[in-house]
Design a protein around this ligand. Sequence first.
Ligand SMILES: Cc1cc2nc3c(=O)[nH]c(=O)nc-3n(C[C@H](O)[C@H](O)[C@H](O)COP(=O)(O)OP(=O)(O)OC[C@H]3O[C@@H](n4cnc5c(N)ncnc54)[C@H](O)[C@@H]3O)c2cc1C
Length: 436
Amino acid sequence: MTPRPRPRATGGIADADADSLWIATAATAPTLPTLDGDAAFDVAVVGAGYTGLSAALHLAERRVRVAVLDAHEPGWGASGRNGGQVNPGLKLARTDLRRLFATDLADRMYDAAAGAPGFLFDLVRRTGIACAATQTGTYRLAHSATAARTLQAAAATLAAEGAPVRMLDGQAIAGEIGANGYLCGYLDPRGGNVHPLDYVRGLARVAMAYGAKIYAGVQVDALERSSDGWHVRTSHGIVRADSVIVGTNGYTGDVWPGLAQTLLPVLSFQIATARLTSAAAQTILPGRQAAYDSRRLILYFRRSPDDRVVLGGRASFTTAHRVADYSVLQRVLAGLFPVLAKTPIEYRWAGRVAITSDFLPHLHEPAPGLYVGGGYNGRGVAMATLLGQVLADLACGRRDIPYPITAIRRIPLHALREPALHVAMLYQKAMDDLGR
Ligand SMILES: Cc1cc2nc3c(=O)[nH]c(=O)nc-3n(C[C@H](O)[C@H](O)[C@H](O)COP(=O)(O)OP(=O)(O)OC[C@H]3O[C@@H](n4cnc5c(N)ncnc54)[C@H](O)[C@@H]3O)c2cc1C
């Protein structure tokens, strides 16, 4: 069966992977100006996702003249396609960060990431972005005995640090969210959900209201430094700026030498069911929290604002998307929620998650006045919003930031990533199947 084509309901996001519930249910895309020939700004931003638009919003609020340039349109990349889960924290624990960075910096990173959902929900409240934002919490769930031990230790550490997490056994999880097969889990009330495309379009609208210019369909081909600042060579002319921010993440091409080779772009797939019956809606995530589990090929699910189950996972490490990848998710869905075994799947889509070698987001400053943020490892809804503000601070000359600026380091043998990752994926899937 081939995923059926669907007319695009709103916006013009045209991409084979974008048969998405979010496109079908989003408010209309903002009307954007066109870039005609050369122009000059204080800051030029490449990429109109959460990173670039949060940076632009925080710059425009400070009356900095900022232009955002996107080869497609706001939210065309991962920011318009993701699960909309606003997850607290980085993938590494505080103790892991302290092994990699000075204690003070490690603690600031950890605390900033833990507070990233709060930062996002405050921003949404403060600016009035309509994106079905709900700070209802995030469940982290254990699918195996090994994962249960890890998760119990993580919950104990979080509780000792004062995080308001609540531990649940498998029976309590089944009772609260209707999902089968988990041994235990915890609810972290700092997380929640947004409608991801409405959120990114909302950021664009608010940034424009403060004076930012956002240009769609403008491909950035090169960034050149000269005596009068940066020259951003685009498909529509040269944009001159004192500083440049790059937020191209999993869709990074040749915009700066070596940058694409610091990231492994892997596809994450999602399906959305038909609307739940009222009986199913009473048992499946009635509290509308976000949830993700401990499988290596991480599985995440939530209720959509229009009462479907949206379930996603990393079914493949190739950049091609295949029907089989969606069938895997459909089988997993029926296992978790047997009541949905016959519920039709109405939307299927995929997007690129950017993985880094240390599983941490990265900030780079490869040349004076050039700032890069990305590599969110599937946790970019909150973190890209936060690091967008940090990038804005850097472009304004502030150096006291809660995150390290690291050198661009290419991942060794990056060119061989697809076959290597495919083998790794098969291994990880086998381990998941064995419950390890
Ligand atoms: C399927 C999926 C599910 C996910 N689920 C979650 C989740 O539930 N929770 C969570 O926290 N995170 C999730 N993520 C990750 C999250 O979506 C990303 O981390 C985040 O959106 C990254 O935002 P960004 O602005 O950095 O990049 P993007 O949103 O990818 O934007 C990059 C933009 O750069 C533009 N661009 C690239 N090159 C150029 C160029 N040369 N010139 C001009 N423009 C260019 C692209 O057109 C694109 O619009 C998910 C990701 C995917 C793909």
